[in-house]
Design a protein around this ligand. Structure first.
Ligand code: ATP
Ligand code: MG
Length: 409
């Protein structure tokens, strides 16, 4: 991609109302735009990052048998009344009615919609288990809006739903998905804890949240310094400094400012009982379906990545989710076009700064946008290419073949 054609250009100043770092940097670097509080456009650079995050999620969810699909965003009132959540989740829902006075809600989650699909399609134990998911938009009436793209009124979610014949099968799969989530968040490069949490408007049961550390977030967790025990402050009943109730060896520490990037919910039969979703077991008996749901917010993930990886010059993307592999900066006398074409031939995704602007402006933009490797071609560098990683100040002069070798590693 030629930077001269990239929409939009970077900005020197952050928006006046921007409080959080992800808001300031992502807007300045041209990844997102705010339409109104909590409502964001993913610009071309932002969509590239979210697409890569989504791909990592897809690969790991497909690996545990998830089948991708896509559900409607506009839901009839009636289906939400079946579980009572039309009233119970009133605060978070965007409700509307049409000119014929029919009432609707914009999707804030999809349990009821999936339950409706299951009751139309599941007859016997032989039809179970089922694991279906989507990557789609959610709408939530969120009050706090100071966190940039971490908290949207409209945002992207990967939501997976699983249906089972009994509790054991549900819990086995729940643990499998927990493992898939651990893989996803490791691949994304996060330092995180899996914390026990409440189920909010979803369930009376405990759930598990994936909480990123050092991300300037709104959550607080208590965690053991020896074992994997972690609990959200909302349900923690002990004190900092106490002995860990699980391993009885470690000490409980408090970690503030975490960001919840994922949450998994072992819902049980509550939904099936209210929506009459039954299957016939081996003995011909009618039984309610065991149900669980699992969410990750890819747009929140993008904002969280910025919160944990940046410096005073801009964003520092990890290679696996960077918008491009390479930022090729052409200075006067450099053979930009030739190197650009050769990189593309080698299947390397390049942003080529072909603009007619001062070198200082090009370097400042490269640091702001945060692509992990910057290559400079110039008269001074001659046939060599200057290689500089975003995380260091040191640079090296390399031959083209050496550049390719490093990128293919
Ligand atoms: P929070 O407690 O931060 O409001 P939540 O617990 O209500 O979030 P869940 O219902 O667990 O959110 O949603 C699953 C995932 O969707 C979250 O882990 C998060 O990654 C993402 N998510 C939830 N709300 C938002 C939002 N308003 N903006 C962006 N992403 C969100
Ligand atoms: Mg949650």
């Amino acid at each position: 991609m030629k930077q001269s054609q990239l929409f939009p250009k970077t900005r020197k100043e952050a928006p006046k109302d921007a409080q959080s770092l992800n808001h300031k940097l992502l807007v300045r670097a041209g990844f997102i735009d705010q339409l109104m509080s909590g409502s964001w456009t993913l610009l071309p650079l932002g969509l590239r990052v979210v697409t890569k995050i989504n791909q990592i999620i897809r690969e790991e969810i497909n690996a545990v048998g998830g089948q991708e699909m896509l559900m409607p965003l506009l839901h009839p009132k009636e289906i939400w009344s079946e579980t009572g959540r039309w009233d119970k989740a009133d605060e978070i829902m965007y409700k509307l009615s049409d000119t014929r006075k029919k009432e609707y809600v914009l999707s804030f989650t999809h349990e009821e919609i999936v339950m409706d699909l299951l009751r139309k399609n599941i007859k016997s134990y032989q039809d179970l288990p089922v694991a279906i998911y989507q990557l789609s938009t959610k709408f939530r009436n969120e009050a706090r809006a100071k966190s940039g793209i971490l908290r949207g009124k409209e945002f992207m979610m990967k939501d997976l739903y699983s249906a089972h014949a009994n509790e054991e099968d549900m819990m086995n799969y729940y643990e499998k998905v927990k493992g898939a989530y651990v893989k996803i968040f490791k691949r994304l490069g996060f330092d995180f804890k899996v914390a026990e949490a409440s189920g909010g408007v979803f369930t009376e049961r405990h759930t598990h949240e994936f909480q990123v550390i050092g991300a300037n977030g709104e959550d607080t967790i208590f965690t053991c310094n020896k074992c994997d025990y972690s609990v959200n402050k909302e349900i923690f009943e002990g004190n900092e400094g106490e002995k860990c109730p699980k391993c009885k060896e470690g000490k409980i520490e408090k970690i503030e400012g975490t960001v919840e990037v994922g949450n998994i919910f072992p819902l049980g039969t509550w939904y099936a009982e209210r929506m009459h979703v039954y299957y016939t077991d081996e003995k011909g008996l009618k039984k309610p379906i065991w149900f669980a749901s699992y969410g990750i917010g890819p747009t929140r993930v993008m904002g969280t990545l910025v919160e944990v990886s940046h410096d005073d010059k801009g964003i520092i993307w990890y290679p696996q989710i960077a918008p491009f592999d390479i930022h090729l900066v052409e200075l006067p006398g450099g053979n930009g076009k030739e190197i650009y074409e050769k990189l593309k031939e080698n299947n390397i995704d390049v942003l080529w700064d072909d603009r007619d602007v001062a070198p200082g402006e090009k370097f400042a933009d490269a640091d702001l946008i945060g692509i992990p490797v910057r290559l400079v071609v110039s008269e001074r560098n001659g046939d060599k290419i200057e290689w500089k990683e975003r995380t260091t100040d040191a640079s090296e002069l390399l031959d083209f073949d050496e550049v390719i070798k490093r990128l293919k590693k």
